[in-house]
Design a binder for this molecule. Sequence first.
Ligand SMILES: Nc1ncnc2c1ncn2[C@@H]1O[C@H](COP(=O)(O)OP(=O)(O)O)[C@@H](O)[C@H]1O
Ligand SMILES: [Mg+2]
Length: 302
Amino acid sequence: MNKYGKVAVVMGGTSAEREVSLMSGKGVLEALLARGVDAHAFDPATKPLDALKTEGFDRAFLILHGPFGEDGTLQGALEVMGIPYTGCGVLASALGMDKLRSKLIWQALGLPIPAFEILTESSDFTAIEQKLGLPLFVKPACEGSSIGVSKVKNTGELASAFKEAYKYDKIVIAEQFIGGGEYTAAVLGEQVLSFVKIEPATEFYDYEAKYIRDDTVYRCPAGLSAQLNEQIAGYVKQAFWALGGKGWARIDFLMDEAGKPYLLEANTAPGMTSHSLFPMAAREAGLSYEDLVLQVLNSTLE
Ligand SMILES: Nc1ncnc2c1ncn2[C@@H]1O[C@H](COP(=O)(O)OP(=O)(O)O)[C@@H](O)[C@H]1O
Ligand SMILES: [Mg+2]
């Protein structure tokens, strides 16, 4: 496995998702070591990034979530340093982090997305509740892990949901509720893997359902018809391409009660814990966790 040289598994970092990243990173590191790669943990919270150069690393496997890891800034620094890294580049990472900009791009291509409105302090909240209908979802444009996300069920609650989301980002979106099921599509290189259906026991797939409770049900394959699978895989490929995606990403989507799909968001730094969705989809495609990690690393050789 010398073709990879010395590999840094960049994990941890300073974002709110540090702990999740450390869990994912541990899995990735163990998988690379098991396949004979000269891999080492590298936590940018504990040393400056230029240690990647001084310590002689040849490439980086990025498994950081959130700001300074998933949003294009780290990718830009690595470009400048001349260190090849896994996954999406500067543009796709920055766009994927920003739900508003990814929506605008997908919308321009005619891809299906839930109706939405940008909220500001001076928005007419009553009019927006009427326009999008209740329930509706409110979320910060640039966050993750369902932080700052609320489901507004009753008239007059939109303003307080806006205030909650506004704590996390100055750009806040209100979105039409799509209630026929939640899914994710794992994109690996040119391939869209089997969808995973997510069935949270909670009101929606919130932080607790993602990381704390163990009663969220995941189904892979997701049980959609062959025709829908094909149609949605087409949307997912276009959505990934439109952001400038490379290597891997997860594109989440929702279905309405009539069986019509809507793209929800892109995640350019997929979780890689033992319970994460990407390894689940890979397994269904006959790829072990270790195969998957190696295939992602291979994208740095291109
Ligand atoms: N328009 C919507 N309709 C139905 N559920 C939604 C909608 N938007 C968000 N949700 C729920 O909220 C969760 C978090 O929202 P999401 O946009 O994925 O933000 P995050 O980046 O924090 O994961 C989703 O996984 C889903 O369960
Ligand atoms: Mg999400």
